[in-house]
Design a binder for this molecule. Structure first.
Ligand SMILES: CC(C)(COP(=O)(O)OP(=O)(O)OC[C@H]1O[C@@H](n2cnc3c(N)ncnc32)[C@H](O)[C@@H]1OP(=O)(O)O)[C@@H](O)C(=O)NCCC(=O)NCCS
Length: 183
């Protein structure tokens, strides 16, 4: 954790719960590794009032995720990004009406993998736009997809902002799903 900024070291010192500390550290290791791979220095990151992270030097866009023992991060020099990691869970089917539109529930067919993927894609789009107050069910609508699809498309609609369309890449391994914006 030597690479962390002074401010980040303070934030870490304030996280008491061991699981939360591990997740927080894992996400920072992931973004450090992403930046190393494109030969960029680690600038340190801060959170805005919505919880979204931004580089201290104002350069580029970042998104972080963690789930259990896994963490992920995405960085882009010019365009906003979102990323999410989820474990396939049966519960995503029964929770469907909370985060899905009726039209989406039809093509998801009560399948736990497809439901978890829909959840992950919506969280990815949510994290890309970054503002609280966007509802997964009412404001993020997905185009029909199947388990063979590696890109899922969705849009933000019905808000004060103009409709915005997103393409989200899917990477699934065992019971884990990783999704991230590719525009
Ligand atoms: C904030 C939220 C996107 C986090 O997603 P998650 O799957 O619970 O957790 P993840 O590990 O994937 O992501 C956590 C990271 O998201 C980032 N994050 C938090 N708020 C964010 C925001 N408004 N925009 C973008 N990124 C955000 C943070 O970097 C956080 O990591 P950190 O605390 O280590 O810095 C999610 O909790 C949320 O609020 N979703 C809103 C939609 C909703 O209503 N969900 C429930 C539907 S029933």
């Amino acid at each position: 954790m030597e690479f962390l900024s002074f401010r980040e070291k303070l934030s870490l010192a304030n996280i008491g719960h061991p699981k939360k500390r591990k997740e927080w550290k894992g996400a920072r290791l992931a973004i450090k590794s992403a930046l190393d791979s494109i030969q960029l220095p680690y600038p340190g990151f801060y959170k805005d009032t919505h919880g979204k992270s931004h580089a201290m030097d104002g350069y580029g866009y970042v998104s972080l995720t963690h789930h259990g023992d896994y963490s992920g991060a995405i960085f882009h020099k010019e365009i906003p990004v979102g990323i999410d990691l989820e474990k396939v869970r049966e519960k995503t089917v029964t929770l469907g009406p909370k985060y899905l539109d009726d039209s989406e529930m039809e093509f998801l067919n009560k399948d736990p993998y497809l439901h978890t993927l829909a959840w992950s894609v919506k969280e990815t789009i949510f994290k890309c736009q970054g503002k609280k107050g966007i509802s997964l069910r009412q404001n993020i609508l997905l185009q029909p997809f199947t388990c063979a699809d590696q890109i899922v498309k969705g849009k933000i609609h019905g808000t004060d902002f103009a409709d915005h369309h997103y393409a989200v890449k899917v990477f699934a391994e065992n019971d884990m799903i990783l999704t991230y914006t590719v525009w």
